[in-house]
Design a binder for this molecule. Structure first.
Ligand code: SF4
Length: 181
């Protein structure tokens, strides 16, 4: 099945993929604590980030509900280290790739016993304006929780699953994953 998912992921635009053994994921309070510094300007602004996404213990329970997933990366080639336009474009492409892949795997495996958990890079941007905190999430089964919000160190998760995280000078890689079984 993984081979089929990998082909599909590449077709959806991802640059690199790898199998994800969920038991390797370590959930770190210090990663969550860093969210409160709000350097990404998403803290307390969406259901996909703390505190809206739940406590770290609740997030870990969500993760441990799965055994297997797939790591998904979108790598952009920058002209130089100040190529912010390409950085932004690569981030948007990564989100689009993730939405497309999620849609396709739901079609391919409609009989999966549980909803896949979609984990992106950064806050969910599925809606132009997030409903947080006034109303419930519009798409609870498709929102993209960020890896950091779940307490994951992205480079560590990649390393523990034998997938590179860095692809050379003047590249930028966004990493996400989907837990599905
Ligand atoms: S799907 Fe929409 S409402 Fe839900 S977290 Fe994402 S942006 Fe917010």
């Amino acid at each position: 099945m993984f081979r089929r998912l990998k082909i599909l992921a590449l077709k959806c635009g991802f640059s690199h993929t790898g199998m994800l053994d969920v038991s390797t994921i370590r959930v770190r309070p210090e990663v969550r604590d860093a969210c409160t510094a709000d350097t990404c300007k998403a803290y307390n602004k969406t259901w996909s980030c703390p505190p809206g996404c739940g406590t770290l213990a609740e997030c870990e329970t969500k993760i441990r509900n799965y055994k297997t997933g797939i790591l998904l990366q979108t790598t952009g080639k920058l002209e130089d280290s100040l190529d912010y336009e390409m950085m932004e474009q690569t981030g948007m492409e990564h989100g689009t790739n993730l939405d497309e892949f999620t849609k396709e795997i739901k079609k391919l495996y409609p009989s999966w016993g549980k909803q896949p958990l979609v984990i992106g890079a950064g806050a969910c941007t599925r809606c132009v304006n997030c409903t947080y905190p006034g109303s419930p999430c519009r798409f609870p089964n498709d929102m993209r929780i960020s890896m950091e919000a779940l307490g994951m160190v992205i480079s560590e998760v990649c390393k523990d699953n034998n997938l590179p995280y860095y692809y050379g000078p003047n590249t930028l890689t966004y990493t996400g994953c989907i837990l599905f079984e």
